[in-house]
Structures are given as structure tokens and as C-alpha cells.
Design a binder for this molecule. Structure first.
Ligand code: AGP
Length: 612
């Protein structure tokens, strides 16, 4: 969750480091810091404090830093309160080495004890500070990178680090295990960062470090090696996102921008994945052999949060289209439950960031059990992608808002395409047929646009209910996961207690909650179970529950039960989650804005949960 930026080149490092940090703000943080080393002054200058980057900028304005090698960091506290002492960067005893770190060092207490015994003086409560004192311990008559290597081999846990030293001001070291780190190639300058958006203003050619790898950057070289010392060759990946794509482009919040990008994202996914003849699906980057996919007898989906809700939809989609049994597991449960997988189980790991610790661990566990792992992921070259047997990218572009929106519908789109692809492979006539599915799917971007064109009415629908103290979201069948996702969206950005439930479960408890103080959002679009949903709505209506209904256009009767109805275009029920997601996202967004919440950076949350 912390953000790392490093620079080495011919320019002053300070402005570049601060610009990179600002682009990482979305990851959530509680303190920030920066340091540079200037060869003329032969000293490390450092500024750090709790609070936002604008506070750091005020501090630096009074007392700027010079030097063209530097590190910057924003911290999401795991060990030690968010205060100045615990903010990064951290220095060794003599102030000759500086480090920034993202991750958790699980054996730091024991290492710290030993180092204190050897006379090292600690100033913080962080696990990170152990690393810089370990480097100091080894940094005698060997190059900085070798001292770093020795130190890292003593660590247990996860790390992405940046290290500089005043003794070798022409070097910047990066290394990672379990937390993401990328290097980027500039012109007479090179960069290090925990995430691509930090670099997009300066470089497009990015090298993703793998676990247990180190990068030694000088102003004109980047040398990769394994922590064991073996040299590694890896060519850069060209990032097609522009710096502006990772900005708001005039929208009030990233989240609203990303909600409105969904039709375009879906169009791109379909155009890249459906052959010109519009009758066949293909995935160029899949890598898992067709023969292996044909032998798949069951699927287990692992994911967290919104990605998990996409996975629950995936169960309905894959079972309906492919007639393959699908099990969906929370990654944090799967990784510890010693799951039973058969040799024909395909494990599908869904993750927007590709860095979610629980999903990475669950994917590792699946591979330990010899299952093939297919990643559905939004970040090129992310850890999950590099640790899976195959990948289908969602190509949703950078998703900056902490609340996932376009990545969610992109994950759904990929699951529809995967279902069609698996049926295609088997050559069997699908039920329903492949071309009918593709035709329905290709209608969806236009239907999304239609919903977004009417978002003004969704905004007033939302704002009218923004004072309710709690919400219940109800859905059936393939829109049961939509109800779960609607509840998550609302709670995570407006902090209002919200629960998603299968509507059929109403009588098994939730009906006790119904009264005029509770808003009940019902997804009552066209469905084989529509009448069942109406009975639930009548039960709520008779108990004076405050109904908010999402229904299909042309439904003339629904307003007899509530005036608070949002109509969305009709679509084959199988695809309705793609459309129903939009009013649910906009409901959450507008309620949160009305309540003055920090929509893009909700409290306590981070965009990528890289620690468990
Ligand atoms: C979704 O709005 C949340 N921010 C969160 O639940 C997220 O979906 C979850 O942390 C999984 O993230 P991932 O898709 O990057 O793995």
C-alpha cells in the first residue's frame, strides 16, 4: 500500500520525486517523505512528516533539497503510528544510507534485537528500519548492491525497497519480494516506482521486477539480477497509458470518470477479443494450451472484494454457458483451507491490481496443488500475471479510484468471453448458441451509454436517499452478486452500513430489518425469477421499507409499488449485471459525494491491498 518513487539522472531529483508521489496518492497513505544525495555536499538530505503530500511540499518549500539521486515514499502504516519518526525514508546510524520500503518484514523483531546488541541505534518503531541497519552492517568494502543483497537474504516477509547511499551517489538500488516494484528507462535518467502511474510523465518503457530480483540503476544503465546474484535479462514493456489517462481529465473524481469510461472499455475489450467475423472469441495472451483447457472438468475462482463479486457472477455465466461446475472462493479463505482440487481443475484468479496479497497467496496455493492458474488482471506484468500459467488482461486502463468500477465490468466482460471461448474450444453447439451470446454482448456498450446518458435521474434518486442510516441490497440469480457489489460500493465510499443479500433469503432473517428507516435497493430487471422478486418487493412495501428499484424499461406496473424506480434497458438476463452495475455505482458515488466523503481515497482503504 505504500508508494515508492526513485530517481537517478542529470536533473534535480526533488520535483520529479514529488510529482511521482502525487500520482501515487490514490493508493492511500498517512505520511510521506523524501531524500536526495548530492555528490558535492556528500550528504543525504531528508524531509518527512505525517499528513498529505501538500504538507511535505510546504516543508520542502521552506527548506529545499538538492541532488540528482533520490527516493520518496508515502506510507500506509502497518508497524508504528503514522508520525514523523516512523515516516520513510529511514537512515542507518551514520546517516550514510537511506531506504524506503513497502511490505512487512515478519522477522524484524529478532533482527532488531541482534542489531541493537551489535550497537545499532534505532529511532523508529518500524520494521523497515531493520533493513537499513542490516545493510549498514554488511556495507564494508563491498559495493552497495552487494550489501543490500546480503541484508535482504536475512529477511522473511515481503518488501519492495529503494536504497541510496552518499558513499556511492551514482547508484539507486531497487529490490522486491511480494510487493510490486518497477523500473523505467529514461534518457540519461532512470526511475523506480511501486506502480506505473508514478512514472507516466517521464517514461513509458517499464521493466517489472519479479520476486527476489534486484535492479541497480545508474543514470544510464539498469542492471537486473536475482538476489542470489545471477544476472537477469528482461526487455522493457511499453506502457500505452498516457499520463493524462491516469489523471481526472476534468471529472470531479476519478471514480466518476471511470464509471463513465465503461462503455468505451467494454467496446475495446470486445473489439480486441472477437474476431472480425464476429463469431469467434480469441485471446492472444492466454498461454494455457487449448488441449489443457478442453480437459477442464471444473473451475475454482479466487478473488477478493469486487473481484470476488465478479467471480460470483462468473459462476452463473460459466455454469450456464459451459455446463462446467464452478466454485468461487474468497482468496483469504482459499489460501488456508487446504482446498481439494482435481487435476482437471482450472483456477481463475481475478484481480484488478494483480498485487493483492491474499489472491497472490491463493494462486500460489493453487499451483502448489498442481492446478493451472489463469489470471484475469488489469495491470500488465503485475505479480499475479507473472506467477500464473496464463492471463487474460481486462485492458480497462489505469483504475485510480479506490472503489473499483470499470475494472469490475471489464472482469465480467472477460468472464463472458472466457465462457464462450471454452465452448468454442469444445466445438459443441453452445446452449444458447455462441453467435447469439456474442450478439447480446456486443449490444452492451450502447446500453451502458444509454444508462449514463440518464445519470442525472440516478443522481437525484441517489441524493434523495443519502440520509438513510443503512441500506439493504437485494438481487436474485445472476444479480445476487450485483446486490453484493452494490452494497460494497456504497459502504466503502459513504461509510453507510450496507448489506447485499439474495432476495430469496429475505424470510430467513433480513425481513426483520425492514421498516421506514431502511432503504432497500431491489434489482428487479427482466428475469425468469421476476415474479419472485416482486413478491419480495411487496413484502417490503407492506412493511413500509423505503424501496429503491432498478427495473427494465417498459415495465408499466412497477411504479404501483414505488415511485423510486430507475429503468435500465432490456437485455438477455445473463448479461444484465453489466448494465445493472452502473446505477449501483452511481448510487454509491452520489450518496458519498452528498455526504462529503473522500470518494477517491476512502478512509482506511487502499487501492491495492498488498499485505494480508
Ligand atoms: C473494491 O471496490 C475494493 N476497492 C476492493 O474490494 C478490491 O476489489 C479488492 O481489494 C481486490 O482488489 P484487486 O482486484 O486489485 O485484487
Amino acid at each position: 500500500m505504500c508508494g515508492i518513487v526513485g530517481y537517478i539522472g542529470e536533473k534535480e531529483a526533488q520535483p520529479i520525486l514529488l510529482s511521482g508521489l502525487r500520482r501515487l496518492e490514490y493508493r492511500g497513505y498517512d505520511s510521506s517523505g523524501i531524500c536526495t544525495v548530492s555528490s558535492d555536499k556528500n550528504a543525504i538530505s531528508l524531509r518527512k512528516l505525517p499528513g498529505k503530500i501538500k504538507d511535505l511540499e510546504r516543508l520542502i518549500h521552506k527548506n529545499p533539497l538538492s541532488g540528482n539521486v533520490g527516493l520518496a515514499h508515502n506510507r500506509w502504516a502497518t508497524h508504528g503510528a503514522p508520525n514523523q519518526t516512523n515516516a520513510h525514508p529511514h537512515l542507518d546510524c551514520k546517516g550514510e544510507i537511506a531506504i524506503v520500503h513497502n511490505g512487512i518484514i515478519e522477522n524484524y523483531a529478532k533482527l532488531k534485537q541482534g542489531l541493537i546488541k551489535e550497537g545499532h541505534r534505532f529511532s523508529s518503531q518500524t520494521d523497515t528500519e531493520v533493513i537499513v541497519h542490516l545493510i549498514e552492517k554488511y556495507y564494508r568494502n563491498i559495493p552497495l548492491e552487494e550489501a543490500v543483497r546480503k541484508a535482504l537474504l536475512k529477511l522473511e516477509g515481503s518488501f519492495a525497497i529503494g536504497v541510496i547511499s552518499k558513499r556511492e551517489p551514482d547508484k539507486l538500488i531497487g529490490a522486491r519480494l511480494g510487493s510490486p516494484l518497477v523500473a523505467a528507462v529514461g534518457n540519461n535518467e532512470n526511475f523506480l516506482a511501486s506502480d506505473v502511474p508514478a512514472l507516466l510523465d517521464f517514461a513509458k518503457d517499464v521493466i517489472f521486477l519479479n520476486d527476489k530480483e534486484m535492479a541497480v540503476l545508474t543514470r544510464d544503465t539498469i542492471k537486473l539480477s536475482e538476489l542470489s546474484g545471477r544476472a537477469v535479462k528482461r526487455s522493457p514493456t511499453r506502457i500505452t497509458w498516457s499520463a493524462s489517462e491516469a489523471q481526472k481529465q476534468g471529472w470531479p473524481h476519478f471514480m466518476l470518470k471511470e464509471i463513465n469510461e465503461q462503455p468505451k472499455v467494454l467496446e475495446n475489450i470486445l473489439s480486441q477479443r472477437i474476431k472480425k467475423d464476429k463469431r469467434r472469441v480469441f485471446f492472444e495472451e492466454l498461454k494455457i494450451k487449448e488441449k489443457e483447457l478442453c480437459s477442464v472438468k471444473n473451475i475454482t475462482i479466487i478473488a477478493c472484494g469486487t473481484a470476488y463479486h465478479a467471480g460470483l457472477c462468473g459462476k452463473y455465466i460459466l455454469e450456464r454457458v459451459c455446463r462446467i461446475p464452478v466454485n468461487v472462493d474468497l482468496s483469504s479463505e482459499f489460501r488456508y483451507r487446504d482446498a481439494i482440487l482435481s487435476k482437471n481443475t482450472l483456477v481463475v484468479a481475478i484481480s484488478q491490481s494483480g498485487e493483492t496479497a491474499d489472491t497472490l497467496a491463493a494462486a500460489k496455493e493453487a499451483r502448489r496443488k498442481k492446478a493451472s492458474v489463469l489470471a484475469i488482471c488489469n495491470v500488465l506484468g503485475s505479480t499475479l500475471v507473472r506467477e500464473s500459467d496464463g492471463v487474460i488482461y481486462t485492458h480497462a486502463g489505469p483504475e485510480i479510484g479506490v472503489a473499483s468500477t470499470k475494472a469490475y465490468t471489464a472482469q465480467l466482460a472477460v468472464l463472458y468471453l472466457l465462457a464462450i471461448y471454452l465452448v468454442q474450444l469444445k466445438g459443441a453447439q453452445a446452449n444458447p448458441t455462441i453467435s447469439r451470446l456474442i450478439t447480446a454482448l456486443r449490444l452492451c456498450p450502447a446500453l451502458m451509454k444509454k444508462v449514463l446518458k440518464a445519470q442525472g435521474s440516478i443522481k437525484s434518486w441517489a441524493r434523495k436517499h443519502s440520509n438513510f442510516g443503512s441500506f439493504l441490497f437485494l438481487g436474485r440469480n445472476i444479480n445476487y452478486p450485483s446486490a453484493l457489489e452494490g452494497a460494497l460500493k456504497l459502504k466503502e465510499i459513504s461509510y453507510i452500513p450496507a448489506e447485499g443479500y439474495a432476495a430469496g433469503e429475505m424470510k430467513h432473517g433480513p425481513i426483520a430489518l425492514i421498516d421506514e428507516y431502511r432503504a432497500v435497493v431491489c434489482i428487479a430487471t427482466e428475469s425468469v425469477l421476476y415474479e419472485k422478486m416482486i413478491s419480495n418487493i411487496q413484502e417490503i412495501h407492506s412493511r413500509r421499507g423505503k424501496l429503491m428499484i432498478i427495473a427494465s424499461e417498459g415495465n408499466k406496473k412497477i411504479k404501483d409499488l414505488s415511485q423510486e424506480v430507475i429503468f435500465i434497458p432490456k437485455i438477455n438476463e445473463l448479461f444484465s449485471p453489466l448494465i445493472a452495475a452502473l446505477p449501483l455505482q452511481l448510487l454509491a458515488y452520489h450518496v458519498a459525494v452528498k455526504r462529503g466523503c473522500n470518494v477517491d481515497q476512502p478512509r482506511n482503504l487502499a487501492k491495492s491491498v498488498t499485505v494480508e
